[in-house]
Design a protein around this ligand. Sequence first.
Ligand code: CP
Ligand code: NVA
Length: 305
Amino acid sequence: MRHLIVPEDLSAHDIEAIFAVAQDLETKYDAGLREPLLPGRVLALVFEKPSLRTRVSFEAAMVHLGGSSLFLGEDTGVSSSRESIADFGRVLSEYVDGIVFRSKAHETIVALAAASSVPVINGLSDYCHPCQALADLYTLKSHVGRLAGHTLAFIGDGNNMARSLAVCCGLLGMRFVLAAPKAYQFDDAFRAHLRGLLPTADIEETTDPVAAVKGSACVYTDVWTSMGQERERAERHAALAPYQVNQKLMRHSPNALFMHCLPARRGEEVTDEVIDGPQSVVVEEAANRMHVQKGLLAWLLGSQR
Ligand code: CP
Ligand code: NVA
């Protein structure tokens, strides 16, 4: 049983295979065609946190692939003590062909996957967001061609997105640089994990955003306060303010694309000039969530059952 819980559940070869299916389906979609690769298949979407992109892109993807989806929110009792997460997963996987789970705590996805008899896809946890990182690198690839050797500079909080992109960049032979204050860089456990997983990968951390963006193919940022961290908002804002992606910073990387997973807090981690400016591909990046997830779903669910 294959799941996508963390990006390293995929190899570089798997990612290339997913991108190839996604590219084929995107070309057909642009020509007005839908390819029903998953007829009659049902995908459950279990969400403990809000979502626009992840929810809608998975729901539309399943319709285009000839299947359907079920959105399951708080009323299933997933976040309550109604039943154990193992019983929840064991039963839900009897009805559906795959489960997308957006959980508050990463451990809950791990526990659900352990109990599930169908593939589980992480639709964001506090630890990582693999589907977004895949769509980001698919977007970058469509602009630069071969990804290997290019640099992605992540400016701001070393959060779930930063961890996911560091792993995906490492897997695909890219250089990844995180520019953040020391307290918001990766923790020692994640650094040790990266060293074991990708011993030869070029993954760097710095406190200097200008040095990070120079020569990069992509300047990336995300919110300073992720979902679930709202109580830390004031201290995060104070510490991360020097890491805002604005025109002054982008002038050091005039050929880079600007990316953000969205939703954005305009005026905080990014200015209007940058997110709406000529280097920004944020809408394309959001659109690619659907194409890449179609590739992922066809790859993950197509051969099962
Ligand atoms: N980028 C992303 O995952 O957006 P949502 O939170 O709207 O799903
Ligand atoms: N880091 C953000 C990403 C949202 C898509 C969060 O977890 O809230």
